[in-house]
Design a binder for this molecule. Sequence first.
Ligand code: KG4
Ligand code: ZN
Length: 359
Amino acid sequence: HSKFKILGIETSCDDTAAAVVDSDGTIHGEAHYSQQETHLDLGGINPTVAKELHKKHIKSVVDKALANANCTVDDLHAIAVTMKPGLALSLWVGMTYGKHLSALYNKPFIPIHHMEAHALTSRLVYKDLEFPFLVLLVSGGHCLLSYAKSSTEFYTLGSQLDDAPGEALDKVARNLKLRNLETFRNMSGGKAIEQAALTGNPYGFEIHSLVLSNKRNCDFSFSGIKNAAFRKIKATEEQFKVKASGVVPNYADICASFQYILTQHICHRVQRALEFLEMENLIPDPACRKLVISGGVASNTFLYESLSKVCDHYNYTTLRPSPALCTDNGVMIAWNGVELYRTNSSRIVHDPAQLHTVD
Ligand code: KG4
Ligand code: ZN
């Protein structure tokens, strides 16, 4: 293939996003509609509401991405769409719209795995990042540690047994009622906790330590530390006789302690994975000793810096795409489309009559 352009469409959760990316990794145009505020007001993601909002915005988001890229569907070589994993109702909107465009303009359709797309985004940002590498995805829905062998081969070393880290952060932030403070009103729970933690004491609270330390694998568990934080919050609210809508005065210490314990758990599991890769000699080339961190929680700088320390010890380099590329976006889907189109992957549906075979 010479130069080609791919449209990417993402609707797996609460972001309606689209982008046009070419074979060189140049981002020609993108557009994004975030439902975050609606869901924050509702106290969590409501799948039915998410679906309606995707339906309402999908066409304008795709049109805007194309307009920003100064191109039409005719100029595209293929359409890449997130198929899984995610909220079924949300995924359905992007998939249906993508298939509709693919059939209407007779363009190849590329089904994309959302988590693989997160993992591969790093190759758009770091052009010299070669396989294999280790990748950690930490988001509102997932916690996944994988060995990326090629653009279609990912081996899971560990995943979450209960809550995802972003989910735990969001729930703790909600339990603390951080949104009732002006500073945090429009922030995601994770971001609010990171901000609040800046002025807090991470050793202020004993919150359950060394989760799963007796489990000899790389799985994650966040519900234990989340519940421990809930108990701390409740006890502190009683201690300070805080009103129903009030925030405890020492919220910064709680945030710092929770962020610290969550980070410590992730670092322990990553360390195990590094030891395992070492033992099995899975990354023989020293140039490939790289850990890529992605997903919304990767924008947490405390986590990033802590993981960097662990990696330094094992002579690994830590990489993370910019926050805009770490959270859900259209670029990562379009770029995964580029990676698959370039290798003429068998996943691509060339014949519109076969579109019903992918779901
Ligand atoms: O990847 P993402 O945008 O969406 C999916 O979950 O797929 O991740 C969103 C999650 C939310 O739980 C949010 O609280 C968390 O990422 N997050 C953060 C930060 N910014 C966003 N967590 C920790 N620190 C941050 N700075
Ligand atoms: Zn995601």
